[in-house]
Design a protein around this ligand. Structure first.
Ligand SMILES: N[C@@H](CCC(=O)N[C@@H](CS)C(=O)NCC(=O)O)C(=O)O
Length: 98
């Protein structure tokens, strides 16, 4: 995966949990890599339900098609990596070591 791959945050601007994640994205300077795509948890046909089996937002969709959900887990995942995109090639849904 290249360091320029982009991520999608499934959320609405009104979701308080989504807002928490968007604030973290802003603080970490990752806004240029993460595109906000609205989600509707009440819509059975929304792909959110494939991305998060709980059907809740926010949900971070990774470049490899995997996803991370629960705002605290998303923030821990993006916060454990440096903000520099070139230093973030390992961010994946697949664990890479102990
Ligand atoms: N523990 C979750 C809570 C997420 C959550 O409850 N999100 C609400 C929107 S703010 C939701 O998707 N509700 C739809 C539902 O519960 O079906 C997190 O921190 O992300």
């Amino acid at each position: 995966m290249s360091g320029t791959d982009n991520f999608v945050l499934r959320s609405t601007v009104t979701s308080p949990f989504g807002r928490k994640v968007r604030m973290a994205i802003d603080v970490l300077g990752l806004g240029y890599r993460i595109k906000l795509q609205p989600a509707d948890p009440l819509d059975e046909s929304d792909t959110l339900r494939q991305q998060n089996p709980l059907g809740k937002m926010p949900c971070l969709v990774l470049p490899d098609g995997g996803s991370i959900y629960d705002s605290g887990i998303i923030i821990a995942a993006i916060g454990s990596r440096p903000a520099d995109a070139s230093a973030r090639p390992g961010m994946s849904s697949r664990p890479s070591g102990p």
